[in-house]
Design a protein around this ligand. Structure first.
Ligand SMILES: CC(C)(COP(=O)(O)OP(=O)(O)OC[C@H]1O[C@@H](n2cnc3c(N)ncnc32)[C@H](O)[C@@H]1OP(=O)(O)O)[C@@H](O)C(=O)NCCC(=O)NCCS
Length: 268
């Protein structure tokens, strides 16, 4: 959507300051929760659904996605792909008033997927992420959005990895944490940076060292992007636990003043 149109929409609707509402659960099949112009939906849901549910979820995927699912070597990866893509299509289908299987995506030069044809529901933008047994989905009208979820793996070598991802400022901030808090801050930074580059849509070609994210465990975080003339954004962060595994997650919308609603889906 052109910037001028976005600005006009914003003036017309007077979006509130960034606010946050707690988790709602959506029973698949019941009417979808409303999605206003100033709202951003932050979905988190487990991917390890019962095997018996998989065939009906696979039916929601078009042939190319089913083919892609079929190419995974490990069944667990295949299942996670099917469930995450089926969930994405179910959610989008509700807002686009379209059959999940018929929604068509195109991608930009870096692989970021977009809804191809827009019906009467306005420009829906989305972002998908999956890690371990968890998926995160961001849904917004009319603004680029990025989400990331990561399974906290203890074998990650923070000392080695952090300098390849973080700016000098982020590294200095990381050094103020110790032990478990340091690991938490590292994954906060990782998910927030990843969510931001996914919102930007340029993949890892977007310079990780040219924007800073706050890494403390607050509900909201700040991004300051020197690469984009010092523009600042506010994002939302959360952590969830599933089968004793911890999953930090982040979402960012390239716009301001959003009511963020958290959702999870109920297993079919
Ligand atoms: C592809 C990339 C966008 C995300 O990859 P990832 O973290 O491995 O995977 P996620 O599960 O979070 O996201 C994958 C989804 O992002 C979407 N995606 C793909 N390319 C994208 C892009 N350029 N921009 C935004 N979203 C993209 C797709 O929906 C994809 O889902 P699918 O593979 O099931 O079709 C890219 O940023 C990448 O390769 N990252 C590598 C991870 C890394 O090293 N991060 C450094 C820490 S910041």
């Amino acid at each position: 959507m052109p910037d001028a149109l976005r600005r006009r929409q914003k003036q017309m609707y007077r979006c509130p300051e960034n606010t946050f509402e707690p988790t709602f659960v959506w029973d698949l099949g019941s009417p979808a929760p409303p999605l206003g112009t100033c709202e951003a939906q932050f979905w988190l849901g487990p991917l390890d659904v019962p095997v018996l549910a998989l065939p009906s979820l696979a039916e929601l995927l078009p042939d190319d996605e089913r083919d892609r699912a079929g190419r995974f070597h490990f069944a667990a990866d295949r299942h996670r792909y099917i469930v995450s893509h089926a969930m994405l299509r179910l959610i989008l289908g509700a807002y686009l008033e379209q059959s999940p299987r018929l929604i068509r995506f195109s991608t930009n030069a870096f692989g970021k997927p977009f809804v191809e044809a827009v019906t009467n529901s306005g420009q829906i933008e989305f972002s998908l992420s999956h890690s371990g047994d968890m998926a995160a989905i961001g849904i917004v009208r009319g603004h680029p959005v990025g989400v990331d979820v990561e399974l906290v793996r203890n074998e990650v070598n923070i000392e080695e990895l952090a300098p390849t991802i973080f700016t000098a400022g982020e590294l200095a901030s990381l050094r103020t944490f110790e032990g478990a808090a340091r690991e938490e801050a590292f994954f906060n930074g990782w998910t927030r940076k990843e969510a931001y580059i996914k919102a930007r849509g340029a993949g890892l070609s977007y310079p990780l060292q040219e924007f800073d994210v706050s890494i403390d465990s607050s509900r909201t975080f700040q991004v300051k992007d020197q690469h984009a003339q010092g523009t600042t954004y506010t994002g939302w962060a959360t952590r969830t636990t599933h089968r004793a595994m911890v999953y930090p997650a982040a979402m960012i919308v390239l716009g301001e003043g959003m009511l963020v609603r958290h959702f999870s889906w109920r297993k079919p």
